[in-house]
Ligand binder design. Structure first.
Ligand code: S3P
Length: 172
């Protein structure tokens, strides 16, 4: 049985394509922690893809679902919470995630992000906007909020998943 390593949940935040889902899966296997992938839970509950939720009800509706889910998740134990890229933009969400979790920010250069997201059509904000200028600008608008929310910051460019996880364990 895996040793319980963390006394808090781990909350992963960061831009689309920063590696939240990949790192979540790796950590979950390594440390026998449960994963909650927020986008996936929301899509299952609504019985709709994220792009369809945006198209049908609008972004604000989706953001409210995120906030509601995050509040529920504070009851979880031994869990990795993989947030959608916009979750840390609301102050109230950041307050919630800090209640029972260590907030870990994953970052990557716009070039790396573009490479990682270019074949996906699951991200409504990027559909029609998959270019370096758009990504750089949106990261620029969000950076401060991401950094303010974070207990630990991990840069992921040119690193193996293993190296990123080792760095996380050291820093937590
Ligand atoms: C969003 C990121 C997406 C998803 C939605 C909005 C954002 O999640 O929640 O498309 O505003 O950055 P990922 O970061 O998992 O792609």
């Amino acid at each position: 049985q895996a040793r319980k390593l963390f006394s808090h949940n781990i909350v992963l935040i960061g831009f689309m394509g920063a590696g939240k889902s990949t790192i979540s899966e790796f950590l979950s296997t390594m440390f026998a922690m449960k994963i909650v992938e927020m986008d996936q839970v929301i899509a299952e509950r609504e019985e709709m893809s994220i792009p369809d939720i945006f198209a049908t009800y609008g972004e604000e509706y989706f953001r409210n679902l995120e906030t509601k889910l995050l509040i529920e998740l504070q009851e979880e134990k031994n869990t990795i919470i993989s947030c959608g890229g916009g979750v840390a933009m609301r102050k109230e969400n950041v307050v919630e995630m800090k209640k029972n979790g260590k907030v870990v920010l994953l970052t990557a250069q716009p070039e790396t992000i573009l490479e990682r997201v270019k074949d996906s059509d699951e991200r409504p904000l990027l559909n029609g906007n998959k270019n370096i200028e758009f990504i750089r600008e949106l990261i620029g608008k969000r950076r401060e909020k991401y950094e303010e929310a974070a207990d630990v910051i991990l840069h992921t460019d040119n690193k193996t998943i293993m190296a990123i996880c080792e760095e996380l364990i050291e820093k937590l």
